[in-house]
Design a protein around this ligand. Structure first.
Ligand code: GLP
Length: 264
């Protein structure tokens, strides 16, 4: 596990965008796992800027989003389909046929639909690089506390904490979705490389538990300790409850000297 400490959210997004851009340049047909949430907005802004400068080509990139609210059509302003369109897809040359986002409007056989999402990931050769945010309760995707570490893409009931957080994005009085379709923790752990971004003090407890706590289903992101190639990119506020900060900084210095490609 590599822990990259940055001063603020802007530095996080620059670092993350740089790593994604390098991965796409190395493998133009990269299978890229994407996340939503406010932390991702500036990452996508940086990627769009690189594309517009002519230095980043998405034409062969294949994307898989982590999750979508159940019941929201793609055009709903709070849907993750809409978020991705507004923040990334409308501004880069991704082939629409290469975009995969769980469909929140499927009714009926959820298991079959979720199995087909997993199948699409397999058909693409697996996810090469997965971007993740983290919820205040340690969720990744919508894998709420007590999600099985081996879980696969499925229908998930949202926790009270997540419902409270999500309610802020919906119009006053509008009911926010109670469930979502999300990749499972097992699905995420199969990505070849994982980048988790966290900014702000509200994430500091979840970040500390994920990096330094025991692996436990009570904190979904702690399962990333089992992954062979995970990088956490976190700002000062989100890092404030980590006890090994000096060590992470020394590792960063040595990484810059010995294996600088891991940072760019
Ligand atoms: C939602 C998404 C998560 C994301 C989280 C963090 O819950 N399902 O994948 O990590 O938001 O969002 P933010 O970056 O806005 O804090």
């Amino acid at each position: 596990m590599l822990v990259i400490l940055k001063r603020n959210a802007e530095e996080i997004s620059l670092q993350a965008a740089q790593l994604v851009a390098s991965a796409v340049r190395k493998n133009p047909a990269l299978a890229l796992g994407l996340a939503t949430g406010s932390t991702m907005v500036s990452v996508y802004k940086q990627l769009v800027a690189l594309h517009q400068q002519g230095s980043l080509d998405f034409s062969r990139v294949v994307t898989f989003n982590l999750d979508e609210y159940l019941g929201l059509p793609a055009a709903h302003p709070q849907s993750f389909h809409h978020f991705m369109h507004e923040n990334l897809f409308a501004h880069v040359n991704v082939n629409p046929g290469n975009i995969h986002i769980p469909d929140g409007t499927i009714g009926g056989d959820y298991d079959q639909y979720c199995a087909s999402y997993e199948q699409a990931i397999r058909q693409a050769g697996g996810i090469d690089l997965q971007l993740l945010g983290i919820g205040r309760n340690g969720h990744i995707g919508f894998n709420e506390p007590t999600s099985s570490i081996g879980s696969r893409t499925r229908l998930k009931v949202l926790s009270k904490e997540t419902l409270d957080d999500n309610a802020k994005s919906f119009a006053p009085g509008e009911e926010s979705p109670r469930c979502a379709i999300t990749m499972g923790i097992g699905t995420i752990l199969e990505a070849r490389k994982v980048l988790l971004l966290a900014a702000g003090a509200s994430k500091s407890s979840a970040v500390a538990k994920s990096i330094e706590g025991p692996v436990a289903s009570a904190v979904s992101a702690s399962a990333l300790q089992l992954h062979p190639d995970v990088t956490f990119i976190i700002d000062d506020a989100a890092a404030s409850q980590l006890t090994q900060r000096d060590y992470y900084l020394r590792v960063l210095e040595m990484t810059a000297l010995l294996t600088p490609d891991r940072l760019r």
